[in-house]
Design a protein around this ligand. Structure first.
Ligand code: KIV
Ligand code: ZN
Length: 433
């Protein structure tokens, strides 16, 4: 990541990556096996969950929400398998979700018995529409419900003193909740948990539904971060959904606005339009010279496993890792890329027009960068011949060959490197034999 630099900036200090992000990547938490799984037409099988788990661990994600064990027997069984089969590495923490209800909280702790450490994530909804129409409770009632949930979590945790517990609370539908009330509810939860700077709790603020633009979400996060008391006793987490297409941007702006931790999924699977895509956000940081702390050097493996587990295909123009994102067909782009690549020095900052990063950093080669069709020009044709055959053509020959290739492409579509070479031989090489 060190060969990348942020682009030119207007010096408005509150819009730059703060030192705390540049120096240390945000804490990532995957919700693939919970939010991601609950949104699938066909939930993941046991084998698929195991593959997804292995992938997440392999990529270096340290906090992984694995399900809602009190509400789902397959989730319960998966948690038990992780614990009993010794599948949780020493630096990885499992997280489980539960509603603020006594029976569910008791069963959640049962599911986690014998675990070494875990995050218990309790939530209840706080927005006016949910208060009025779903729970039929006023502000005091919902605050009391959250505090009661926190008490039950604390009570049950005390029954398992050997476990290193972290408590997490989410005011679900936070984005539609009055900001001062969200602070009030979280304060009530924290008053029960009594977190300290050494043993902080996690407060996770979800854009359960993305209802405004990312800057508005960031304002809500900043409002919370600057109003909540004992800020040093909590890890401020965000969990964004993509209803308006802004989940990644909202999470990025939330990091600028004070968040420490981001929940999301690989490639953005999740409820409705999906959760925030961890791969895209991590690559956004990487391409600005920030180490995301996740291994993204083998995206094809991520694509293959996530596709197999979710049965959702990746769009070829998916940011950073789609099949076509490092490919240029148009003549002027090819020309510029070819010139920049030939001048790009080893170890110097990356400066290649139309290629925001070096495709090799995400396990891609230069082979796909320039592909030739009827929109391509002499630069692209020359680049392909040089790359494939080591042939450097004079300019007049590039022009003539490009016309022949273009005519062929107008008849039959994309022309591959071998065919370009054949056309070159047919038209310009005199057979000595
Ligand atoms: O989107 C959401 O609000 C959630 C919560 C349970 C955190 O998934
Ligand atoms: Zn969610």
């Amino acid at each position: 990541h060190r060969k990348y630099r942020p682009g030119p900036v207007v010096r408005l200090p509150n819009r730059q990556w703060p030192d705390r992000v540049v120096e240390r990547a945000p804490r990532w938490a995957s919700v693939d096996l919970r939010d991601g799984n609950q949104a699938l037409i066909e939930p993941m099988s046991v084998a698929q969950k195991r593959r997804m788990w292995a992938l997440l661990v392999d990529l270096g994600i340290k906090e992984i929400e694995v399900g809602f064990p009190a509400a789902s027997q397959p989730d319960y069984d998966f948690v038990r398998w992780l614990i009993e089969a010794g599948q949780i590495p020493a630096d990885v923490t499992v997280q489980v979700l539960v509603q603020a209800r006594e029976d569910l909280i008791v069963r959640t702790f049962e599911a986690l018995r014998d675990v070494e450490r875990a995050i218990v994530h309790v939530y209840n909804s706080t927005s006016p529409v949910q208060r009025d129409w779903v729970f039929g409770q006023d502000r005091d009632g919902i605050r009391a419900l959250a505090a009661r949930g926190a008490e039950l979590v604390r009570r049950e945790a005390a029954k398992y003193p050997g476990v290193e517990w972290t408590f997490q609370y989410s005011p679900e539908s936070f984005t539609a909740t009055e900001p001062d009330y969200a602070v009030e509810v979280c304060e009530a939860v924290m008053a029960v948990w009594e977190p300290t700077p050494e043993r902080p709790c996690i407060i996770n603020l979800p854009a359960t539904v993305e209802v405004a633009s990312p800057n508005v979400f960031a304002d809500q996060i900043e409002y919370f971060a600057t109003r909540v008391s004992r800020r040093d006793c909590l890890i401020l987490s965000v969990h964004t959904h993509n209803d308006r297409g802004g989940a990644v941007a909202a999470a990025e702006l939330a990091l600028l606005a004070g968040a420490d931790r981001v929940e999301g999924t690989l490639l953005g699977n999740g409820e409705r339009t999906g959760n925030m895509d961890i791969v895209t956000l991590a690559m956004n940081l990487y391409s600005q010279g920030i180490d995301p702390g996740i291994d993204l050097s083998r995206p094809d493996e991520i694509i293959q496993i996530v596709t197999e587990c979710t049965d959702i295909q990746l769009h070829p123009r998916h940011p950073w890792i789609g099949e076509l994102v490092y490919t240029a067909f148009s003549g002027s782009h090819q020309d510029a890329i070819g010139k920049c690549l030939s001048r790009q020095g080893r170890g110097s900052p990356w400066q290649v027009a139309y290629l925001p990063i070096d495709p090799r950093d995400v396990g891609r080669t230069y082979d796909a960068v320039i592909r030739v069709n009827s929109q391509s020009g002499k630069g692209g044709v020359a680049f392909v011949l040089e790359r494939e055959r080591g042939l450097t053509l004079p300019r007049w020959l590039q022009v003539e060959l490009a016309q022949i290739v273009q005519a062929e492409s107008e008849r039959g579509g994309e022309v591959n490197a071998m065919r370009i070479y054949d056309l070159f031989r047919e038209h310009f090489v005199v057979d000595q034999g």
